[in-house]
Design a protein around this ligand. Sequence first.
Ligand SMILES: Cc1ncc(COP(=O)(O)O)c(C=O)c1O
Length: 459
Amino acid sequence: MWSPRPELAAALAAAERWLDGVGSRPVPAAEDIDALTARFAGPLPADGRDPAEVVRTLASAVEPGLLAIGSPRFFGWVMGGTLPAALAADWLVSAWDQNAGMRDATPGVVAVEDAAARWVLDALGLPSSAGVGFVTGATMANFTALAAARDALLAGMGWDQAALGLAGAPRIRVLAGTERHSSVDMALRYLGLGAPELVGVDDQGRMDAAGLRRALDAGDAPTIVCTQAGNVHSGAFDPFTEIVDAARAHAAWVHVDGAFGLWAAAVPGLTDLTHGMDGADSWATDAHKTLNTPYDSGIAIVADPGAMSRAFGHSAAYLLHSEVPDPHEKVPELSRRARGVPVWAALAALGRDGLTGLVQGLVDAAQMLARGLGGLPGVDVLNEVVYTQVVIAIVDDATTERVLELLLVEGLVRPSGSSWRGRSVIRFSVSNHDTDAEAVAQTVGAVAQALDATRRHLA
Ligand SMILES: Cc1ncc(COP(=O)(O)O)c(C=O)c1O
């Protein structure tokens, strides 16, 4: 195909080839990291090459090393698929090459991000006046929101962190459930807050509200309570109403890590999970998980937008300043791509009903998967499947690990392994809008086959 921009035509052809095959090819990469590294081992060439040839060479060299995350039978970690409108909008973001930090400099993309922010708050039932920052992922969203929390609590103690730093600052306590995500610890570490004090959880990993009350009563330092909407194993949600009530009595800041679970708030039938979550002070989520935008797309939300600008506002004579906070005053980056644009495109393509349908569809598929897997001999579904995660164990650790190994080698489906509550487990995270009844049936069939083969092997 002739094109005035042959490199874009080459990229489009490679993308279509990949997207057309992603649902039917084996899920794992065909080649491993050593083979791929060897392919790219050459020195920086002295002479440049034709851009279209560079793109064609790149695509054909990388394809054997691509993991089919977009497959409806991909269930690893918590990684979402991609909605078509979000993907195409993401390409435009690159083509436009806008630096989205200053609203008066790049008003087109900033206006879209402002609209995306409004829609996200509306869809999730969060305060319409909250500040919203577009970051790379939930790790950075946790960091961003917790930075706002830290500086607000210190300001409440008369300590200006921006001016004085942390050395000699009043102590801030951080409380979190024992099954918080590890990225929360990392965010706290970046922020100089150290490791959180741990609060016990129930058998699904939900924070014990009575334990939280006891922990709050036991100290008088300003406190951040890190809660979770969506446990990576069980998918469980912390009891927000009780937590927010307890935290209010101690003027503590409540943060919600809702990397994939925050989106449950868009589904009327799931309000039992998210009830009270809107009473928190800050929230972190990903669009690249449940909303199915391409990487990298995280969202930090803070009820008091002033707390965001206190943490991240800065200025320089050569920058533009608008009357309302600029996008760069809500996040740790000054320059960044307009990553809120694919969020807008995903929501525009779905509409409110489509968003509800997307999230409910993931939950329905997870519950169907749990029923199918739970019907196989020796398979225990260990979690209450209230959301998008299914955790199984099979007889004993050796059997579970062998079944996982066979599934990974066979390559039709891709769950991931873990250990939870003292057992080796196989985790299925249903995060792709394309996972339908057929993909679920194929997955149950693949596990049944791996189980038969394991039984024969162990017999
Ligand atoms: C609950 C939770 N929090 C935070 C994260 C980190 O998200 P990201 O990898 O997008 O930074 C994850 C990732 O799976 C998660 O499940």
